[in-house]
Design a protein around this ligand. Structure first.
Ligand SMILES: Nc1ncnc2c1ncn2[C@@H]1O[C@H](COP(=O)(O)OP(=O)(O)OP(=O)(O)O)[C@@H](O)[C@H]1O
Ligand SMILES: [Mg+2]
Length: 249
């Protein structure tokens, strides 16, 4: 295999996702049949900031989950820096960090600082240095006061920020974030947006916050499992508004 090349970006090669019939579905309903939740899609994402927008259930999370191998394409392939997300899933995950909408889906350790430490395991072998680095990572977000708290006792927004610190501590080259501001108040949303702006890595994020989407270099509009618009932020947001509020694309 050739050495992975970040310049190759994140590529979808006719990637599609088909889900089997739901055995509990009402006979005759859409769920009782095999359903294509992402139609074959070919894309090369190299821009620093890529936003994905679209209605609930349109396929945004499905698209994002393909990037770090959380979902497998039913047809076609997805590659990150030339690495296949199925065949080379471990190498892909060393390159792609994933921030879930629900932070409890990714916080593994019960105590905040321990969760951040877990992300630093590969880079900080020595325990005391790892603890120090984890505390510093929390402090960069003004979250040092949460270090000793149980992740279960945090508010949703606090948890979301801790999950972000943990993901960033792992230092992957690509960050995929699924609605990272959903649980955040106005101030923390602004903080997260500033953090995203300053990150050196490529960030691919789904959001319902159109102001946040407007900051992206490229925006994909997803509708019923298809990318119906791909381009500059303002034009993409206009296309989505027309689609959602009437008037067609
Ligand atoms: N594993 C699965 N099995 C069956 N259906 C699924 C599966 N994953 C997703 N779906 C369906 O695929 C469609 C797209 O889901 P997806 O989560 O990608 O939407 P979304 O655009 O992220 O929506 P939201 O804005 O609500 O987060 C939905 O109808 C969802 O119910
Ligand atoms: Mg989603």
């Amino acid at each position: 295999m050739d050495a992975p090349a970040p310049s190759e970006g994140v590529c979808f090669h006719e990637a599609a996702v088909v889900v089997p019939p739901d055995p509990g579905a009402v006979p005759g309903s859409a769920e009782a049949r095999e359903r294509t939740i992402l139609h074959p899609c070919t894309l090369t994402l190299r821009e620093r900031r890529v936003a994905v927008i679209g209605a609930n259930g349109s396929g945004k999370s499905t698209l994002l989950r393909l990037i770090n191998g959380l979902s497998r394409p039913s047809a076609g392939a997805v590659t990150v820096h030339g690495l296949d997300t199925v065949r080379d899933v471990h190498a892909v995950r060393r390159r792609v960090g994933f921030l879930f909408t629900d932070p409890l889906a990714q916080l593994i350790m019960p105590i905040v600082v321990e969760d951040v430490e877990l992300s630093l395991k590969a880079t900080h072998r020595e325990r005391a240095a790892r603890r120090q680095a984890a505390l510093e990572a929390l402090a960069r977000f003004g979250l040092e006061h949460l270090a000793a708290r149980s992740v279960y006792d945090l508010s949703g927004g606090e948890r979301q920020l801790v999950a972000l610190v943990s993901v960033l501590a792992a230092g992957q080259q690509v960050l995929v974030a699924d609605e990272p501001t959903t649980l955040l108040d106005l101030r923390n949303t602004a903080k997260l947006r500033r953090v995203f702006e300053g990150l050196p890595q490529q960030v691919i994020y789904a959001t319902h916050d159109l102001d946040f989407a407007a900051e992206a270099d490229r925006v994909l509009v997803v509708d019923e499992g298809r990318i119906v618009f791909d381009g500059e932020a303002r034009a993409a947001i206009d296309a989505y508004r027309r689609l959602a509020l009437g008037g067609g694309t």
